[in-house]
Write a protein that binds this ligand. Sequence first.
Ligand code: SF4
Length: 317
Amino acid sequence: MQSKPWFSYNDYLQKRFGEKVYKVTVSAGFTCPTRDGKRGSDGCAFCDEHGSGSFFSAGQGTAAIRDQIVQAIPAIRQRFNANKFLAYFQSFTNTYAPVKYLQEVYDGAIGIPDVVGMAVGTRPDCIAEPVLNLLDRYAVGGQYVSLELGLQSLRDDALNFYTRGHTAEEGVDGIRRALKHKNLAVCVHLMFGAPGDNLQTAIDAAQTMNDLGVHGVKLHQLMILKNTGLATRYAREPWPLFTLEQYNELACAFLENLDPNIYVERTHALATHPEDLVAPDWASKRWEPFNDLVRRLTKAAETRPSQFGSRDLSRIQ
Ligand code: SF4
Protein backbone atom coordinates (compact mmCIF):
# COMPACT_ATOMS: atom_id res chain seq x y z
CA MET A 1 0.00 0.00 0.00
CA GLN A 2 1.34 3.40 -0.96
CA SER A 3 0.83 6.60 0.98
CA LYS A 4 -1.84 8.99 -0.21
CA PRO A 5 -1.03 12.04 -2.35
CA TRP A 6 -4.14 13.79 -1.04
CA PHE A 7 -5.29 15.07 2.34
CA SER A 8 -6.78 11.94 3.87
CA TYR A 9 -9.49 11.95 6.51
CA ASN A 10 -7.19 9.89 8.73
CA ASP A 11 -4.59 12.66 8.54
CA TYR A 12 -7.26 15.23 9.35
CA LEU A 13 -8.50 13.28 12.38
CA GLN A 14 -4.93 12.59 13.49
CA LYS A 15 -4.18 16.30 13.42
CA ARG A 16 -7.42 17.18 15.19
CA PHE A 17 -7.36 14.49 17.89
CA GLY A 18 -3.66 13.62 18.09
CA GLU A 19 -4.31 9.99 17.18
CA LYS A 20 -6.34 7.78 14.91
CA VAL A 21 -10.10 7.84 15.42
CA TYR A 22 -12.34 4.92 14.49
CA LYS A 23 -15.96 4.95 13.45
CA VAL A 24 -18.48 2.81 15.31
CA THR A 25 -21.49 2.23 13.08
CA VAL A 26 -24.89 2.51 14.75
CA SER A 27 -28.37 1.90 13.44
CA ALA A 28 -31.16 4.23 14.55
CA GLY A 29 -34.22 3.00 12.69
CA PHE A 30 -34.48 5.74 10.07
CA THR A 31 -35.96 5.52 6.59
CA CYS A 32 -35.52 7.81 3.54
CA PRO A 33 -37.76 10.14 1.56
CA THR A 34 -37.11 7.96 -1.50
CA ARG A 35 -38.49 4.97 0.40
CA ASP A 36 -41.48 6.21 2.36
CA GLY A 37 -43.29 7.78 -0.59
CA LYS A 38 -42.33 11.42 -0.04
CA ARG A 39 -39.89 11.50 -2.95
CA GLY A 40 -40.13 7.92 -4.16
CA SER A 41 -40.81 4.45 -2.86
CA ASP A 42 -38.07 2.17 -4.23
CA GLY A 43 -35.03 3.98 -2.80
CA CYS A 44 -32.26 5.54 -4.85
CA ALA A 45 -31.48 3.43 -7.92
CA PHE A 46 -27.95 2.45 -6.79
CA CYS A 47 -28.77 1.79 -3.15
CA ASP A 48 -28.90 -1.69 -1.68
CA GLU A 49 -29.77 -0.67 1.86
CA HIS A 50 -32.47 -3.01 3.12
CA GLY A 51 -34.69 -2.97 6.13
CA SER A 52 -37.98 -1.40 7.06
CA GLY A 53 -36.65 1.58 8.98
CA SER A 54 -38.64 1.29 12.19
CA PHE A 55 -38.05 3.84 14.95
CA PHE A 56 -37.26 2.84 18.50
CA SER A 57 -40.19 3.10 20.88
CA ALA A 58 -40.55 6.46 22.61
CA GLY A 59 -37.93 6.84 25.32
CA GLN A 60 -35.87 3.85 24.13
CA GLY A 61 -33.61 5.54 21.53
CA THR A 62 -30.87 6.88 23.79
CA ALA A 63 -30.26 3.59 25.57
CA ALA A 64 -30.47 1.59 22.32
CA ILE A 65 -27.79 3.70 20.63
CA ARG A 66 -25.61 3.74 23.72
CA ASP A 67 -25.81 -0.06 23.94
CA GLN A 68 -24.77 -0.47 20.31
CA ILE A 69 -21.74 1.75 20.79
CA VAL A 70 -20.66 0.28 24.12
CA GLN A 71 -20.97 -3.25 22.76
CA ALA A 72 -19.03 -2.51 19.56
CA ILE A 73 -16.09 -0.63 21.07
CA PRO A 74 -14.13 -3.49 22.74
CA ALA A 75 -13.66 -5.43 19.47
CA ILE A 76 -12.57 -2.32 17.56
CA ARG A 77 -10.30 -1.28 20.43
CA GLN A 78 -8.62 -4.67 20.44
CA ARG A 79 -8.36 -5.10 16.66
CA PHE A 80 -6.90 -1.67 15.90
CA ASN A 81 -5.40 -0.76 19.25
CA ALA A 82 -7.88 2.14 19.10
CA ASN A 83 -8.46 4.75 21.81
CA LYS A 84 -10.89 7.23 20.27
CA PHE A 85 -14.17 6.66 18.47
CA LEU A 86 -16.90 8.39 16.50
CA ALA A 87 -20.51 7.21 16.51
CA TYR A 88 -21.39 6.78 12.85
CA PHE A 89 -25.05 7.09 11.95
CA GLN A 90 -24.55 5.59 8.51
CA SER A 91 -27.48 3.72 6.97
CA PHE A 92 -30.55 5.46 5.59
CA THR A 93 -31.27 9.17 6.17
CA ASN A 94 -30.15 9.93 9.70
CA THR A 95 -31.82 13.32 10.00
CA TYR A 96 -35.17 12.24 8.57
CA ALA A 97 -37.30 12.21 11.72
CA PRO A 98 -38.86 14.65 14.15
CA VAL A 99 -36.23 16.65 16.03
CA LYS A 100 -37.36 15.16 19.35
CA TYR A 101 -36.56 11.66 18.07
CA LEU A 102 -33.27 12.84 16.57
CA GLN A 103 -32.20 14.29 19.89
CA GLU A 104 -33.09 11.08 21.66
CA VAL A 105 -30.92 8.93 19.39
CA TYR A 106 -28.01 11.40 19.11
CA ASP A 107 -27.99 11.65 22.92
CA GLY A 108 -27.06 7.96 22.91
CA ALA A 109 -23.63 8.90 21.54
CA ILE A 110 -22.92 11.45 24.29
CA GLY A 111 -21.00 10.85 27.50
CA ILE A 112 -19.43 7.51 26.53
CA PRO A 113 -15.75 7.35 27.47
CA ASP A 114 -13.45 7.78 24.43
CA VAL A 115 -16.32 8.66 22.06
CA VAL A 116 -15.31 12.09 20.78
CA GLY A 117 -18.26 12.84 18.54
CA MET A 118 -20.54 11.67 15.79
CA ALA A 119 -20.74 11.43 12.02
CA VAL A 120 -24.26 11.75 10.66
CA GLY A 121 -24.97 10.49 7.15
CA THR A 122 -27.91 12.14 5.43
CA ARG A 123 -29.23 13.86 2.31
CA PRO A 124 -28.77 17.59 1.69
CA ASP A 125 -32.55 17.97 1.21
CA CYS A 126 -33.23 16.57 4.71
CA ILE A 127 -31.48 19.08 6.92
CA ALA A 128 -34.04 21.65 7.94
CA GLU A 129 -32.86 24.48 10.17
CA PRO A 130 -34.07 22.90 13.47
CA VAL A 131 -32.01 19.79 12.66
CA LEU A 132 -28.90 21.85 11.92
CA ASN A 133 -29.46 23.82 15.13
CA LEU A 134 -29.68 20.58 17.10
CA LEU A 135 -26.43 19.25 15.61
CA ASP A 136 -24.78 22.59 16.18
CA ARG A 137 -25.67 22.41 19.88
CA TYR A 138 -23.79 19.10 20.20
CA ALA A 139 -20.80 20.69 18.50
CA VAL A 140 -20.92 23.76 20.76
CA GLY A 141 -21.09 21.35 23.68
CA GLY A 142 -17.69 19.96 22.70
CA GLN A 143 -18.60 17.07 20.41
CA TYR A 144 -16.99 16.70 17.01
CA VAL A 145 -19.96 16.62 14.61
CA SER A 146 -19.46 15.67 10.99
CA LEU A 147 -22.38 15.95 8.63
CA GLU A 148 -21.95 13.55 5.71
CA LEU A 149 -24.14 14.80 2.89
CA GLY A 150 -24.95 12.51 -0.04
CA LEU A 151 -25.09 14.92 -2.95
CA GLN A 152 -23.83 12.32 -5.48
CA SER A 153 -23.91 14.66 -8.47
CA LEU A 154 -24.17 18.30 -9.44
CA ARG A 155 -26.03 17.41 -12.63
CA ASP A 156 -29.81 17.03 -12.61
CA ASP A 157 -29.80 14.39 -15.34
CA ALA A 158 -27.46 12.24 -13.23
CA LEU A 159 -29.62 12.79 -10.13
CA ASN A 160 -32.66 11.70 -12.15
CA PHE A 161 -30.72 8.67 -13.38
CA TYR A 162 -30.04 7.80 -9.72
CA THR A 163 -33.72 8.59 -8.80
CA ARG A 164 -32.46 10.74 -5.95
CA GLY A 165 -35.64 12.77 -5.75
CA HIS A 166 -33.84 16.10 -5.37
CA THR A 167 -32.23 18.56 -7.73
CA ALA A 168 -28.63 19.76 -7.77
CA GLU A 169 -29.86 23.18 -6.68
CA GLU A 170 -31.61 21.72 -3.63
CA GLY A 171 -28.45 19.78 -2.82
CA VAL A 172 -26.19 22.81 -3.04
CA ASP A 173 -28.66 24.84 -1.00
CA GLY A 174 -28.52 22.22 1.76
CA ILE A 175 -24.72 22.25 1.75
CA ARG A 176 -24.66 26.06 1.92
CA ARG A 177 -27.06 26.10 4.86
CA ALA A 178 -25.05 23.43 6.70
CA LEU A 179 -21.83 25.38 6.17
CA LYS A 180 -23.34 28.43 7.85
CA HIS A 181 -23.12 26.43 11.08
CA LYS A 182 -19.42 26.97 11.65
CA ASN A 183 -19.09 24.32 14.35
CA LEU A 184 -20.11 21.50 12.01
CA ALA A 185 -17.76 19.65 9.68
CA VAL A 186 -19.42 19.14 6.30
CA CYS A 187 -18.33 16.29 4.05
CA VAL A 188 -19.99 15.87 0.65
CA HIS A 189 -20.36 12.47 -1.04
CA LEU A 190 -20.02 12.40 -4.84
CA MET A 191 -20.38 9.55 -7.31
CA PHE A 192 -18.81 9.36 -10.78
CA GLY A 193 -20.13 7.02 -13.45
CA ALA A 194 -23.57 8.24 -14.53
CA PRO A 195 -24.03 8.74 -18.28
CA GLY A 196 -22.68 12.19 -19.09
CA ASP A 197 -19.98 12.21 -16.39
CA ASN A 198 -16.65 13.20 -17.91
CA LEU A 199 -13.38 14.94 -17.11
CA GLN A 200 -14.93 18.39 -17.29
CA THR A 201 -17.85 17.53 -14.99
CA ALA A 202 -15.33 16.10 -12.48
CA ILE A 203 -13.24 19.29 -12.62
CA ASP A 204 -16.40 21.40 -12.29
CA ALA A 205 -17.43 19.35 -9.24
CA ALA A 206 -14.04 19.99 -7.59
CA GLN A 207 -14.36 23.69 -8.32
CA THR A 208 -17.83 23.77 -6.78
CA MET A 209 -16.55 22.03 -3.62
CA ASN A 210 -13.77 24.62 -3.40
CA ASP A 211 -16.18 27.51 -3.94
CA LEU A 212 -18.62 26.19 -1.35
CA GLY A 213 -15.79 25.72 1.16
CA VAL A 214 -16.74 22.19 2.26
CA HIS A 215 -14.48 20.51 4.80
CA GLY A 216 -14.33 17.10 3.17
CA VAL A 217 -15.41 14.96 0.25
CA LYS A 218 -16.00 11.26 -0.24
CA LEU A 219 -15.80 9.81 -3.75
CA HIS A 220 -17.14 6.60 -5.11
CA GLN A 221 -17.70 4.98 -8.45
CA LEU A 222 -21.09 3.99 -9.74
CA MET A 223 -21.48 0.28 -9.17
CA ILE A 224 -24.48 -1.89 -9.77
CA LEU A 225 -25.53 -4.11 -6.91
CA LYS A 226 -28.14 -6.84 -6.94
CA ASN A 227 -31.68 -5.97 -5.88
CA THR A 228 -31.43 -2.33 -6.87
CA GLY A 229 -33.25 -0.25 -9.45
CA LEU A 230 -30.07 0.02 -11.49
CA ALA A 231 -29.68 -3.77 -11.51
CA THR A 232 -33.17 -4.12 -13.00
CA ARG A 233 -32.42 -1.53 -15.67
CA TYR A 234 -29.01 -3.02 -16.40
CA ALA A 235 -30.45 -6.53 -16.83
CA ARG A 236 -33.02 -5.15 -19.27
CA GLU A 237 -30.55 -3.09 -21.27
CA PRO A 238 -26.87 -3.00 -20.22
CA TRP A 239 -24.90 0.17 -20.86
CA PRO A 240 -21.12 0.72 -20.75
CA LEU A 241 -19.88 1.40 -17.23
CA PHE A 242 -16.62 3.17 -16.46
CA THR A 243 -13.54 0.99 -16.63
CA LEU A 244 -11.14 1.40 -13.74
CA GLU A 245 -8.94 3.58 -15.95
CA GLN A 246 -11.85 5.83 -16.94
CA TYR A 247 -13.01 6.26 -13.36
CA ASN A 248 -9.52 6.96 -12.07
CA GLU A 249 -8.96 9.55 -14.81
CA LEU A 250 -11.96 11.46 -13.45
CA ALA A 251 -10.99 10.94 -9.82
CA CYS A 252 -7.47 12.14 -10.62
CA ALA A 253 -8.79 15.26 -12.39
CA PHE A 254 -11.12 15.93 -9.46
CA LEU A 255 -8.35 15.59 -6.86
CA GLU A 256 -5.90 17.68 -8.88
CA ASN A 257 -8.44 20.48 -8.89
CA LEU A 258 -9.56 20.13 -5.28
CA ASP A 259 -8.34 22.59 -2.65
CA PRO A 260 -5.67 20.62 -0.71
CA ASN A 261 -7.23 21.79 2.58
CA ILE A 262 -10.32 19.71 1.83
CA TYR A 263 -9.91 16.22 3.28
CA VAL A 264 -10.78 13.14 1.25
CA GLU A 265 -12.61 10.42 3.15
CA ARG A 266 -12.54 7.85 0.38
CA THR A 267 -11.69 7.63 -3.32
CA HIS A 268 -13.41 4.36 -4.29
CA ALA A 269 -16.22 2.21 -2.96
CA LEU A 270 -15.47 -1.44 -2.28
CA ALA A 271 -18.13 -4.06 -2.96
CA THR A 272 -17.78 -5.73 0.42
CA HIS A 273 -20.11 -8.56 -0.65
CA PRO A 274 -18.74 -9.49 -4.11
CA GLU A 275 -21.60 -11.95 -4.58
CA ASP A 276 -23.95 -8.95 -4.69
CA LEU A 277 -21.91 -7.05 -7.28
CA VAL A 278 -23.33 -7.01 -10.81
CA ALA A 279 -20.77 -4.64 -12.39
CA PRO A 280 -18.10 -3.37 -12.81
CA ASP A 281 -15.86 -6.26 -11.75
CA TRP A 282 -13.10 -3.99 -10.51
CA ALA A 283 -15.36 -2.68 -7.72
CA SER A 284 -14.58 -5.83 -5.70
CA LYS A 285 -10.82 -5.13 -5.71
CA ARG A 286 -9.51 -3.34 -2.68
CA TRP A 287 -6.02 -2.17 -3.63
CA GLU A 288 -5.72 -2.13 -7.42
CA PRO A 289 -8.05 0.86 -7.91
CA PHE A 290 -6.43 2.75 -5.04
CA ASN A 291 -2.82 2.06 -6.14
CA ASP A 292 -3.57 3.02 -9.74
CA LEU A 293 -5.02 6.35 -8.58
CA VAL A 294 -2.01 7.02 -6.37
CA ARG A 295 0.30 6.38 -9.34
CA ARG A 296 -1.71 8.65 -11.61
CA LEU A 297 -1.87 11.48 -9.13
CA THR A 298 1.81 11.21 -8.23
CA LYS A 299 2.72 11.33 -11.93
CA ALA A 300 0.38 14.24 -12.55
CA ALA A 301 1.97 16.15 -9.66
CA GLU A 302 5.41 15.64 -11.25
CA THR A 303 4.35 17.03 -14.60
CA ARG A 304 1.75 19.65 -13.67
CA PRO A 305 2.41 22.13 -10.89
CA SER A 306 -0.45 22.53 -8.43
CA GLN A 307 -2.59 25.62 -8.86
CA PHE A 308 -2.87 25.77 -5.05
CA GLY A 309 -0.43 26.73 -2.35
CA SER A 310 0.56 24.24 0.32
CA ARG A 311 -1.88 22.78 2.84
CA ASP A 312 -2.55 24.82 5.96
CA LEU A 313 -3.01 22.37 8.83
CA SER A 314 -3.19 25.22 11.35
CA ARG A 315 -6.80 25.70 10.17
CA ILE A 316 -7.81 22.47 11.90
CA GLN A 317 -9.06 23.08 15.43
S1 SF4 B 1 -28.87 6.25 -1.08
FE1 SF4 B 1 -29.33 7.09 0.93
S2 SF4 B 1 -31.21 8.30 0.61
FE2 SF4 B 1 -31.04 6.91 -1.13
S3 SF4 B 1 -32.26 5.12 -0.54
FE3 SF4 B 1 -30.12 4.70 0.02
S4 SF4 B 1 -29.94 5.31 2.15
FE4 SF4 B 1 -31.80 6.25 1.33
